[in-house]
Design a protein around this ligand. Structure first.
Ligand code: SAH
Ligand code: SF4
Ligand code: F3S
Length: 508
């Protein structure tokens, strides 16, 4: 079943193609999002530390999927650099080609397969060149990858990146190297990821790995393994170093950040209760957020993703208490129907979800909310589809990722249900959801016209050297005239105009 990724910004790109200045700003907006279409296939180049001798081998790495996968590529680059490898931005120049893959929807995997065919050119050019597949698709397919794609030499799951230098050595002997062991402990805590293709202002920090939720449609629990939280001290150290190096925004990443729990006593970690008596000796997400916010008042803190079942008022109050924790929450809905939510195993109801929206609006009246929605999950009726649109009306999302359901082998849904909604129906429902969301996000932006926001400047407009781009606390991209300002600075911008995806303003 093929899936369609349609999100407002993608559509905006097309709608605003003619608008020379803002077209790129919309593209820029995509770079800040969760599965960022613009970053798919991005390559990284890294400098080897001076104290490490070169081993004479060059690698090339390309990444797909979510921000966590891109963050993992920074970990991989760090591990390889410390083992003496040099990076190259040209795959034809490489001894080892790595591709960090995603399995979330069928089209994500198809994209990787096409890319592998293309990359195989290196083998014709260079005898002995190796191709390695990393990440979620490697984990999902395991040895089968080697049978299905003959050009692959290395298959490495997301928890074995420390083994990569050894796996390359093994593959050099002509043997295929496969390691897809998942770990209950690995968080790459002390590996300082090298920051790549960075604007020097914003960075991502992985705070946990894996997921224990078992949403019926989702492959992540199988590809990423059990949920585990990273030691808060190494998170704080990384955030502090980023700040000291001039970064002014960190985004804390996890599949379900609200269930972050770290304790040196493993007995305490397993407990999911947010009851204070169980939280003694434990750093939960609200506490972590507070500690990161306290690093510096001019370090912005964001996070992704929240799960509606776990998002506590505690977290919302912590957000309200610190001006530098951004007023923005990504709260995936998936469906607005109680029956569908139940068979998706999301473990909340539409009433619960609406109450969470109410809590956000009550505690953080300025906050913008974004979401993920799946159209055409197994057995979804027309009425149930309308119930999803009804919640969209209620929540008035500023941003949304919207997908047609794509059956993933091995998931609960693939085992228990038939993927019975015809492709045209899925697409039609998706189109309706996208149209409604476009209306909401434009209205959302129109409500901002006339308001003044604090903006963290991230760079110069690609189209106009006279314009800068940055985001407000609500995660909206704002374009405004340059004046005497630089990336990394804060400024106040008054919004004078907007498109569906971007605010346009002048210095206040
Ligand atoms: N942990 C994150 C999800 C990461 S996957 C969360 O809970 O938000 C990102 C999004 O992809 C999901 O929220 C869901 O909307 C979508 N998705 C996941 N599996 C899918 C599938 N099989 N078909 C279509 N969309 C899917
Ligand atoms: Fe997938 Fe659900 Fe975990 Fe998100 S919370 S990664 S959708 S299983
Ligand atoms: Fe991310 Fe894709 Fe894996 S969304 S966790 S890279 S399946």
């Amino acid at each position: 079943m093929s899936a369609v990724l349609l999100s407002l910004p993608l559509i905006s790109i097309r709608s605003f193609m003619d608008n020379k200045l803002y077209n790129n700003e919309v593209a820029f907006e995509l770079q800040t999002k969760k599965i960022d279409e613009n970053r798919q296939g991005e390559t990284l180049t890294v400098e080897r530390p001076k104290q490490v001798d070169s081993n004479g081998k060059k690698y090339y790495i390309e990444s797909y999927g979510c921000q966590m996968n891109f963050a993992d590529s920074e970990v991989v680059a760090s591990i390889l650099a410390n083992a003496g490898f040099d990076s190259t931005p040209e795959f034809l120049d490489a001894d080892i080609i790595l591709i960090n893959t995603c399995s979330i929807r069928d089209n994500a995997e198809q994209r990787v397969r096409h890319r592998l065919q293309h990359l195989s050119a290196v083998k014709k050019k260079k005898k002995g060149a190796l191709i390695g597949v990393l990440g979620c698709m490697a984990e999902r397919l395991k040895e089968k990858f080697l049978e299905e794609e003959k050009i692959v030499d290395i298959v490495a799951g997301p928890d074995v990146y420390r083994m990569l230098p050894a796996m390359v050595e093994e593959a050099e002997t002509g043997q295929k190297a496969v390691n897809v062991l998942l770990s209950r402990e690995e968080t790459y805590a002390e590996i300082n990821p090298v920051r790549l293709n960075t604007n020097g202002v914003t960075a991502f920090i992985s705070i946990m790995r894996g997921c224990d939720n078992m949403c019926a449609f989702c492959v992540v629990p199988f590809t990423r393994g059990r949920e585990r939280s990273r030691d808060h001290r190494s998170i704080l150290k990384e955030a502090q170093e980023l700040y000291d190096n001039g970064y002014r925004e960190v985004t804390l990443l996890g599949q379900n950040v609200d269930s972050y729990r770290f304790s040196e006593d493993p007995k305490l970690v397993g407990k999911k209760l947010v009851d204070a008596k169980y939280d003694e000796g434990v750093v939960n997400f609200a506490k972590l957020l507070e500690m990161v916010a306290q690093i510096a008042p001019d370090l912005r803190v964001r996070f992704s993703t929240s799960h509606p079942k776990d998002m506590t008022d505690d977290v919302l109050y912590t957000m309200a208490k610190y001006d530098n924790i951004c007023n923005y929450i990504h709260l995936p809905l998936q469906s607005g129907s109680n029956r569908v939510l139940d068979i998706m195993n999301r473990t909340y109801t539409r009433e619960w979800y609406k109450e969470r929206i109410d809590a956000i609006k009550r505690i953080l009246p300025e906050a913008a909310i974004s979401t993920d929605i799946i159209a055409g999950f197994c057995t979804e009726t027309e009425e149930e589809h309308l119930e999803t649109m009804d919640i969209m009306e209620y929540a008035q999302y500023s941003m949304a990722y919207m997908f047609a359901y794509s059956e993933r082998p091995g998931t609960v849904a693939a085992k228990k249900f038939t993927d019975d909604i015809p492709e045209e129906t899925k697409k039609r429902r998706l189109t309706e959801i996208v149209a409604l969301h476009r209306k909401h996000s434009l209205e959302h932006n129109l409500r901002d016209v006339g308001k003044t926001f604090e903006v963290l400047i991230e760079g110069t407009s690609h189209r106009s050297a006279e314009h800068l781009i940055g985001r407000n606390s609500q995660n909206k991209v704002i374009v405004f005239p340059k004046a005497d300002l630089k990336p990394g600075m804060y400024t106040h911008v008054k919004v004078t105009d907007c498109t569906g995806g971007t605010l346009i303003g002048e210095l206040a």
